[in-house]
Design a protein around this ligand. Structure first.
Ligand SMILES: NC(=O)C1=CN([C@@H]2O[C@H](COP(=O)(O)OP(=O)(O)OC[C@H]3O[C@@H](n4cnc5c(N)ncnc54)[C@H](OP(=O)(O)O)[C@@H]3O)[C@@H](O)[C@H]2O)C=CC1
Ligand SMILES: O=C(O)C1=N[C@H](C(=O)O)C[C@H](O)C1
Length: 268
């Protein structure tokens, strides 16, 4: 089966990786390529930057890019993703969402769309990170007393949201394993006279600089020892390959909201 894929944000860092992954894939076909109005890429061949001709021209016309596609892969910004999803729902196109930075109301809207179309949403499409999420659950359950938990993430200078979606998901997993509510126990950075650390908190620290693709560490700091569980991305190729895996998964699954555990068949 060939999966017809449309890509939103096609000239972005992830958009380009995705186009390369799709045109090199044996079972996926580039069907549409979206960029924003005013983008200099509009009207160009979507894979022209690879010295390859796909015959798909970059457009800002959502209906033209999405009509006839099986799955949209969207790595843009929350407002863009939501606008794209409305048209996906109208046309019956499924969606892989890699975009991060959604607020609670936006996530609820995505959940509502998923009652009508298949949606796979994950802040990190790499297999490694999704396995790390399972390790974190196990570690947090065992280190549930006497260990302070801090989540440290580092990304490139262009990233616009913080903490990263992955760091927040790691926080959610650890908080759930400990029976805590992340909304109540998260501390996002510290400054000035903060007082001693409250042991019930989960701290987040953000680093931004250069071309760092994406590093995440969860630190369990006890007395006399500390445990660090880290994942470091050295290329965006893992996010693109994970996205294609998700698109293939969605192509054969009904409406609903899925995550990478569903795609990878990881235990809950
Ligand atoms: N889930 C995962 O595995 C990963 C998730 N991400 C997430 O993906 C998103 C994109 O990252 P990245 O590719 O580095 O970002 P880039 O800025 O390189 O690319 C974003 C693309 O989306 C377009 N865009 C931005 N806003 C809108 C909008 N409102 N409507 C339509 N298109 C829009 C941009 O157009 P323009 O250039 O005109 O602004 C650009 O083409 C981020 O949220 C990031 O956190 C990133 C990597 C992995
Ligand atoms: O913006 C990025 O680059 C990345 N964003 C995702 C996130 O916010 O977690 C995933 C990855 O870390 C790269």
């Amino acid at each position: 089966m060939t999966v017809r894929i449309a890509i939103a944000g096609c000239s972005g860092r992830m958009g380009r990786m995705l186009i390369e992954a799709v045109v090199n894939s044996a079972d996926c076909q580039l069907h549409g390529a979206l960029d924003r109005p005013g983008s200099p890429t509009l009207g160009q061949d979507a894979s022209g930057f690879l010295g390859h001709s796909s015959g798909v021209l970059v457009t800002d016309d959502l209906h033209a890019a999405l009509k006839g596609a099986d799955v949209l892969i969207d790595f843009t910004q929350p407002e863009g993703t939501l606008a794209h999803l409305a048209v996906c729902r109208e046309l019956g196109v499924k969606a892989v969402i890699g975009t991060t930075g959604f607020d609670a109301a936006q996530k609820a809207l995505i959940g509502e769309h998923a009652r009508h179309i298949g949606i796979m949403m994950a802040p990190n499409m790499s297999i490694g990170v999704n396995v790390v999420l399972r390790l974190l659950d196990m570690a947090a359950r065992s280190l549930n007393e006497g260990y302070d938990i801090e989540i440290i993430e580092a990304h490139h200078r262009h990233k616009v949201d913080a903490p990263s979606g992955t760091a927040l998901q790691m926080g959610e997993v650890v908080a759930a394993a400990l029976g805590r509510d992340l909304k109540e126990c998260a501390v996002y950075g510290r400054e000035g006279v903060t007082g001693e650390r409250d042991p019930s908190t989960i701290g987040f620290a953000t680093v931004r600089g250069g071309d760092i693709v994406g590093d995440h560490t969860v630190l369990f700091a006890g007395t006399g020892e500390r445990i660090e569980i880290s994942h470091k991305s050295s290329s965006r190729v893992t996010y693109a390959q994970g996205s294609l895996r998700a698109a293939r998964f969605l192509a054969t699954h009904p409406a609903g909201l899925y995550d990478m555990s569903d795609v990878l068949g990881l235990p809950r």
